[in-house]
Design a protein around this ligand. Structure first.
Ligand SMILES: [Zn+2]
Length: 257
């Protein structure tokens, strides 16, 4: 049972009990307001945290993996900066997983070709990654996934099966959309915040602190700062005997149909 269903069922039952108690003057009216606020806080947490598995099941890390294996993922590309990311990965012979935006794929087909030819995996990160994508209807969100699939498939010649929701936000419409498209939803458990934190040191520390087998790291191949962070991260992984694998390998699932 999804946590969302459990929370909603409990809230309805408690809500009925509170309303009954209020009608018999056993509880003040504000006790019902407290219940509503509590429900809003829990639901908002579920929307914002893909790891919570509130609306859908996502693969965020694999602690049962054998050996010191982790996966590095890159969101929001392809971008001119991706070429430099690929250079660094190539230098250390590391394979990554790139969650690409369909619009960007159409803009930089050669970079996507390069990603695939160099042995990395390409996943779906919607077509537009629009600011208000999280309030889209189920059908409109399905369109986002399908259009990104089409853009990627034109280059890869294979339909991508891995999907990462923009901003890691999930909600009932997104849950219905991925159920329909059949993609595996990929989250993370090591968020670098390389899009917002200006210090390479702080970003690196966020990733490497308590790093464990099977962890999934989120980076962005669109950011300049990520180049320095990535090189330092790969040196850290090397000296700590970590192997880097792609998402499909980490979870033993298929990357393409
Ligand atoms: Zn994104």
């Amino acid at each position: 049972m999804l946590i969302r269903n459990l929370v909603n069922t409990i809230s309805i039952v408690v809500g009925i009990l509170i309303i009954t108690a209020i009608s018999f003057n056993k509880l003040p009216i504000w006790s019902f307001v407290v219940l509503i606020l509590l429900w809003v806080v829990i639901t908002t947490y579920g929307v914002l945290n893909i790891k919570a598995g509130y609306f859908l099941k996502s693969l965020n890390n694999n602690p049962t993996t054998k050996g010191k294996k982790i996966a590095i993922t890159f969101d929001d590309g392809p971008d001119i900066n991706t070429i430099k990311i690929l250079e660094i990965l190539g230098k250390y012979n590391i394979k990554g997983t790139f969650f690409c935006i369909g619009q960007q794929v159409e803009k930089h087909p050669d970079i996507v070709k390069k990603i695939i030819n160099e042995g990395h995996i390409v996943g779906n990160h919607t077509f537009t990654h629009g600011k208000f994508i999280d309030v889209y209807s189920t059908d409109k969100f399905i369109g986002e996934i399908v259009d990104a699939d089409t853009a990627i498939e034109k280059i890869s010649k294979k339909k991508p099966l891995l999907f990462r929701p923009p901003y890691g936000i999930t909600n009932p419409n997104i849950a219905r959309a991925v159920k329909k498209t059949g993609h595996a939803v990929i989250g993370w458990n090591k968020r670098s915040f390389d899009t917002t934190i200006p210090s390479e040191k702080v970003i690196l520390k966020r990733i490497t602190k308590n790093l464990k087998n099977g962890d999934v790291i989120l980076l962005h191949d669109t950011k300049l700062i990520t180049l320095t962070v990535l090189e330092q991260l790969l040196l850290f992984l090397q000296s700590n005997n970590y192997t880097t694998v792609t998402i499909d390998e980490l979870f033993s699932i298929q990357a393409y149909a």
